[in-house]
Design a binder for this molecule. Structure first.
Ligand SMILES: Nc1ncnc2c1ncn2[C@@H]1O[C@H](COP(=O)(O)OP(=O)(O)O)[C@@H](O)[C@H]1O
Ligand SMILES: [Mg+2]
Length: 292
């Protein structure tokens, strides 16, 4: 089984991700490099909107690999995550071959042709370099972690009727979690761990200017400063990097080149998403309510 071996060095990670619009901190780049070198899955934890999902997308784009995504949700099961038999097709085959008898049909319907591969199986089959993204794993039930351990442990899947399917090439695997529940120790042990928090001001300004090139340095700086102040207020929903970028786009659309009270009042809904948060922010910034 080949390892992915995508990156030559930590700097190589930084450069190639940046070329795809993803600005990695030193901690992110180092951990990505190590996960690639050691052939270990990467578990990325952190608040919503700090670039966890985007990191997997950027690695796939930067390395020209196929991206296979398993989006987790409550109730996702083996049939959705790994594989299931295509019952409709099996039935058709049985009906069509009625004359040859059951034995002939049975020999046929449990072959790969009748198997529906779901993301985990898809990611370990095929020859091309692959990034497997298991997104928001904390939303799945605990049983799914057992499934992941099996697949990520040996990079093989056993289908009782068919045998064991072994990966030819290890996918570069990224699991993300918003930490809404604790993941099992067994799963953590298997992975390299990366916590992504809100970026520091310097990095966030660079992200804003990369995503919204029309915003000048001074405006990007004040925008990031205000967002930082809002995060410190411990709102119900702290603005994430996604909101900072949105806000920059909004200011550009409004033709604003400084962040005065009027502009903030008009565009508050872009960064603050709860009514009580909006009220607190207005009080703190001494803004009157919109339209008054
Ligand atoms: N380091 C970064 N470089 C570039 N863009 C980033 C970065 N971090 C966050 N973003 C932006 O934030 C948005 C939200 O990121 P996303 O990966 O969806 O968040 P998460 O999966 O952590 O909830 C992305 O679309 C991207 O534009
Ligand atoms: Mg995400």
């Amino acid at each position: 089984m080949t390892e992915s071996g995508f990156f030559a060095s930590v700097d190589d990670v930084v450069d190639r991700l940046a070329a795809r619009g993803y600005l990695a901190s030193a901690a992110v780049a180092t951990t990505v490099f190590l996960a690639d070198r050691l052939g270990r899955p990467l578990l990325v934890e952190g608040p919503a909107g700090v670039g966890k999902t985007e990191l997997a997308r950027a690695v796939s784009a930067a390395t020209g690999s196929r991206l296979v995504r398993l989006q987790c949700y409550e109730g996702v099961d083996e049939a959705r995550a790994l594989y299931e038999w295509n019952h409709a097709k099996q039935l058709l085959r049985i009906t069509a071959g009625r004359d040859e008898g059951w034995e002939a049909a049975r020999a046929d319907i449990f072959t790969e042709e009748f198997l529906l591969a779901r993301p985990l199986l898809t990611a370990i089959t095929g020859d091309e370099p692959t990034v497997l993204l298991v997104d928001e794993v904390d939303k799945a039930d605990v049983e799914v972690e057992g499934l992941l351990l099996e697949v990520l442990g040996d990079f093989q899947v056993t289908v009782p009727e068919l045998g064991t399917i072994v990966a030819k090439r290890k996918p570069f695997t990224v699991l993300t979690s918003n930490a809404t529940r604790d993941l099992s120790d067994a799963l953590r042990r298997r992975c390299l761990f990366l916590h992504i928090d809100f970026p520091d001001a310097e990095l966030e300004q660079r992200i804003v200017r990369t995503k919204v090139p029309g915003v000048d340095e001074a405006l990007a700086a004040s925008l990031v400063r205000v967002v930082g102040a809002l995060r410190a207020m411990e709102l119900r929903k702290a603005p994430s990097v996604a909101e900072t970028v949105d806000w920059a786009r909004t200011l550009l659309a409004l033709g604003a080149d400084t962040l005065d009270d009027d502009v903030v009042r008009q565009s508050l809904g872009v960064i603050v998403k709860h009514q009580d948060d909006a009220t607190r922010v207005r009080d703190r910034l001494n803004l009157s309510e919109a339209g008054r």
